[in-house]
Design a protein around this ligand. Structure first.
Ligand SMILES: *[C@@H]1O[C@H](CO)[C@@H](O)[C@H](O)[C@H]1NC(C)=O
Ligand SMILES: *[C@@H]1O[C@H](CO)[C@@H](O)[C@H](O)[C@H]1NC(C)=O
Ligand SMILES: CC(=O)N[C@H]1CO[C@H](CO)[C@@H](O)[C@@H]1O
Length: 471
């Protein structure tokens, strides 16, 4: 009787959490869509004689010419700032032109917003990002693609978005959530000279990395959503992520062109469309014999604590790159218990997620992810990631870091150290919907872009170091 009661409870919990998560996803996109629509309306009404669809390139050119009159450097000399999205994210041109970064890309003359697939693994995203910038056909690497059962070659970028990219033309990266880890992996690949035909790559191709709620140490959210703490590459048989898996497989198999142009999970290199694998392949995929979810080459395993540790083992913090990180937190401690900090200014669905994560306990019968793991360390969170994971890379080894209470504390900014701030806010405060963050939105992005522009050229700045370049 008790046993029956328990499983009924578990089922109810599963049902409730599924509904909550679906609504949460829906919430993100609906607020974003609403924001986008109202923006489109504004543009429509404020510029009645301009064609409704203004090409972004034209816009950039306009600002370019107005800028060149003001300053002596032309926009083409500025290092691009590349905004890298996280899980379920998307780049420029998806979802009807919606902006994942809530329009922050308009704050600077030279910003790129690549589209790296919303559920693909961190490794695959990093490979993709390289070719997006350099141009050419994405090469996932022979060894990796054999190991994970996907094609070695992927999408073709006819034209790179920054083909001159090299040590003398380095780039600033800003990553949100998993995007921050993607950039670290890419920098390591550059240092390891991991791109065939590009033997000259080095860590110095990256001028700075700024992380917004970056996923460095993994998140307990993955276990709450269904990854197994004891077997982190696999999901529980019944869980929220299973719905996500089924949905993705069917979406990719149906392969409806306009739908995929609108939104893409990024698994094209797994050949999951009906044309390529037929009914049999679909069944094999659904049964978990083939595909990204079977081999573990997708984003969720990379976001578990164990998966992050495995990635971090190979990732360095480099001495010539500037690192900055904004960790978000929506919890506080009262009488030794971690609880969400207030119910105002947070969406009820996010509130539930924050609460869930603050109550997470590692199952006592399962080996902890690392020696010295404590639940208390992982209770502060922003609804998607644990705050401890976002400040700087910590496991298995801690990287140099410096907590910034006030901006004046990091003068002058040194390369090779992770400067971090802790910001009161939830995980999606700085993406999708600009209105939610209010004035904080502009403050954060303005300071990021300003910092990037101050460190525009490493070579020149080297000569003027140490005291001239301040933030
Ligand atoms: C996927 O299909 C392409 C041809 O469309 C083929 O070259 C490639 O080898 C296939 N990959 C896998 C993993 O089957
Ligand atoms: C690699 O860099 C060296 C100097 O740093 C340069 O002489 C050489 O041409 C570069 N090779 C390629 C393929 O870009
Ligand atoms: C939360 C946290 O920091 N988790 C671990 C990250 O890495 C450090 C260093 O190994 C551990 O001490 C932390 O407990």
């Amino acid at each position: 009787m008790i046993r029956w009661w328990v499983s009924a409870l578990q089922l109810t919990e599963l049902f409730v959490s599924t509904v909550v998560h679906l609504l949460y996803g829906f919430y993100i996109f609906s607020t974003a869509l609403a924001g986008d629509l109202s923006q489109a309306m504004n543009e429509w009404f404020s510029k009645p004689n301009v064609h409704a669809v203004v090409k972004e390139e034209e816009e950039t050119r306009e600002t370019t010419s107005s800028l060149t009159t003001k300053t002596t450097t032309s926009v083409d000399d500025l290092p691009p700032i590349v905004l890298v999205h996280g899980i379920f994210g998307f780049g420029k041109g998806r979802l009807g032109g919606l902006s994942y970064f809530a329009g922050a890309e308009k704050k600077d003359e030279r910003v790129l917003v690549p589209d790296l697939g919303s559920l693909t693994s961190i490794y695959d995203r990093a490979r993709e990002l390289f070719y997006y910038l350099k141009g050419g056909q994405v090469d996932y690497g022979e060894e990796h693609s054999m190991a994970y059962g996907h094609s070695q070659f992927g999408r073709i970028y006819e034209q790179g978005h920054y083909p001159e990219w090299d040590e003398d033309h380095p780039i600033h990266f800003v990553g949100h959530s998993a995007g921050a880890q993607v950039v670290r992996v890419l920098q390591q690949m550059l240092a390891d000279k991991a791109f065939k035909g590009y033997e000259n790559t080095s860590d110095k191709w990256v001028l700075s990395i700024t992380s917004l709620s970056g996923a460095f140490n993994g998140t307990t959210r993955t276990y709450l959503d269904g990854m197994q703490p004891e077997d982190w590459r696999n999901m529980k048989p019944v869980c929220l992520l299973q719905f996500c898996r089924l949905g993705t497989i069917i979406y990719d198999w149906l392969d409806i062109p306009w739908l995929k142009a609108y939104y893409n999970f990024g698994f094209d290199h797994f050949n999951m469309s009906w044309k390529k694998m037929g009914i049999r392949g679909l069944i094999d995929c659904l049964l978990g014999n083939i595909g990204p979810f079977a081999s573990g080459d997708w984003i969720l395993p990379d976001l578990t604590i164990q998966g992050s540790m495995q990635l971090n083992c190979h990732l360095q913090t480099f001495p010539d790159t500037y690192y900055f990180s904004y960790a978000t937190k929506r919890t506080k401690r009262i009488f030794g218990i971690t609880v969400p900090s207030g119910i105002f200014g947070i969406h009820p669905l996010l509130f539930i997620r924050v609460l869930q994560m603050s109550q997470w306990r590692h199952p006592p019968d399962v080996f902890p992810p690392y020696k010295g793991y404590r639940d208390e360390d992982w209770q502060d969170n922003d609804g998607a990631l644990n705050t401890i994971s976002m400040t700087h890379p910590r496991i298995p080894v801690e990287h140099p870091s410096h907590f910034v209470g006030h901006d004046s504390e990091c003068q002058p900014l040194q390369p090779g150290i992770w400067y971090y701030k802790i910001v009161e806010g939830d995980h999606i405060l700085f993406v999708v919907n600009r209105e939610r963050a209010g004035i904080q939105f502009d403050m954060i992005y303005d300071s990021i872009f300003e910092r990037c522009r101050k460190y525009a050229c490493r070579r020149k700045s080297r000569q003027t170091l140490p005291n001239e370049i301040l933030q």
